[in-house]
Design a binder for this molecule. Structure first.
Ligand code: NAD
Length: 299
């Protein structure tokens, strides 16, 4: 049994921490949200009132926070993890954040003698609950080996992506592929239907042909085509449009910093911004299909 501090017990962090408890570890969590605290207690997580209390005596600290500013604050702020965690403690940030913040926090941790991994995830809330996440991990390979046992509890796969920040690079690129794929699928299925080809028939053909892709097979945006897709639950997420917009923006920020032209990614970000602005931010990202058909949230 290991002692683990877990900071950020929201929709993702809560179930991830609960799975660590389920595997026999002792987890102390910190989150300012009353709702998150109550849910954590229900799952056997000890709830601390300060970061210092959550990390006291632990071997590993895991963080699962909204974005770069919160990650910087939790690690480098006064009374934060780097001020209070035990020496030799392994730090694992699973949040999805910008590459620059990830590398800045890595450098600050290294200066204080800690190994830190950026380990964002794919798989959403369902994957977090089922312990079926995929971790994309940047940082020291020995630190990756140390964290592997915890990744195996919370996920189905963990891939070492290279040095500090490369986990975030992988996440931004993966979700840029996903966002662009969903747009292609939405346009193709709309065109097919308007030309008299039933969506079920296009699916039967394309799922066995060169147009097949993961999003079409698993998150098909047309109701009635893939039984488990969010389209059949009034586009309840799943993976929300807000989150997709956030990840596409992170990809665009990274592309701009690197001087790389990503016109498809830029278009995808603009279309998801329109979806969010239309009031669909809390719906599944596959609801972009509805927007592209000229529909509104009320229609
Ligand atoms: P969430 O908003 O449900 O949870 C974030 C939690 O962090 C909240 O409970 C909040 O109170 C807490 N928090 C904020 N500031 C804090 C601080 N300073 N100290 C301690 N706790 C603090 O969000 P989520 O859906 O759990 O997402 C968390 C991260 O996972 C994000 O970076 C997101 O992009 C990423 N992610 C989410 C999904 C998804 O489907 N929800 C999928 C993959 C990755």
């Amino acid at each position: 049994m290991a002692e683990i501090g877990f900071i950020g017990l929201g929709n993702m962090g809560g179930p991830m921490a609960a799975n660590l408890v389920g595997a026999g570890h002792r987890v102390t969590g910190f989150d300012p949200s009353d709702t998150a605290q109550a849910r954590a207690r229900d799952h056997g997580i000890a709830v601390a009132q300060r970061i210092a209390e959550a990390v006291r005596g632990v071997q590993t600290v895991v963080t699962m926070l909204p974005a770069g500013p919160q990650v910087r604050e939790v690690y480098t702020g006064s009374g934060g993890v780097l001020d209070t965690a035990p020496a030799q403690c392994l730090l694992v940030d699973c949040s999805t954040i910008d590459v620059d913040s990830a590398r800045a926090v890595h450098a600050a941790a290294q200066d204080r003698g800690y190994a830190l991994l950026d380990a964002p995830v794919s798989g959403g809330v369902a994957g977090a609950e089922a312990g079926q996440l995929t971790f994309m991990v940047g940082g020291d390979p020995d630190a990756f080996d140390c964290a592997k046992a915890l990744f195996d509890i919370m996920g189905k796969a963990a891939v070492h992506a290279g040095p500090a920040g490369n986990g975030q690079v992988a996440k931004a690129c993966n979700n840029m592929i996903l966002g662009i794929s969903m747009l292609a699928i939405s346009e193709a299925f709309t065109l097919a239907e308007r030309q008299g080809l039933e969506p079920e028939k296009l699916f039967e053909i394309s799922s066995q042909a060169s147009g097949s892709c993961w999003a079409m097979l698993n998150h098909n945006p047309v109701p009635g085509v893939v039984e488990t897709a969010a389209a059949n639950r009034n586009y309840e997420p799943g993976f929300s449009a807000d989150m997709m917009w956030k990840d596409l923006k992170l990809a665009q920020d990274a592309a701009m910093r690197a001087g790389v032209s990503t016109p498809m990614g830029a278009n995808a970000q603009a279309l998801y911004a329109a979806l969010v602005n239309a009031g669909w931010g809390g719906k599944d990202y596959s609801a972009i299909y509805r927007l592209l058909r000229g529909e509104t949230p009320e229609s």
